[in-house]
Design a protein around this ligand. Structure first.
Ligand code: SF4
Ligand code: SF4
Length: 72
């Protein structure tokens, strides 16, 4: 299991990036449907700690489950 950032809900704030203890959040390519940069979680590294969800200011951008269909 891993957490998921919904690419088209993320607004690229990046508060999650320095908060992740295993550094598994990286920027995705190009812009999302909101026209902002977006970030993605490497599911093979994520340890399900939940810190990213706590710090993200955008409601619904991070989900506590693996949802690859929400990643563009
Ligand atoms: S998931 Fe949340 S904190 Fe992380 S980049 Fe997207 S909007 Fe910012
Ligand atoms: S749940 Fe934890 S390990 Fe996984 S991406 Fe979020 S902060 Fe990183």
């Amino acid at each position: 299991m891993a957490y998921t950032i919904a690419s088209n809900i993320c607004e690229g704030v990046a508060d999650c990036v320095p908060a992740c203890p295993v550094a598994c959040i990286e920027q995705g390519q190009g812009a999302n449907s909101k026209g902002t940069i977006w970030f993605k979680i490497d599911a093979s590294i994520c340890i399900d700690c939940g810190v990213c969800l706590e710090v993200c200011p955008i409601q619904g951008a991070i989900l506590p489950e693996e949802r690859p269909e929400l990643v563009i």
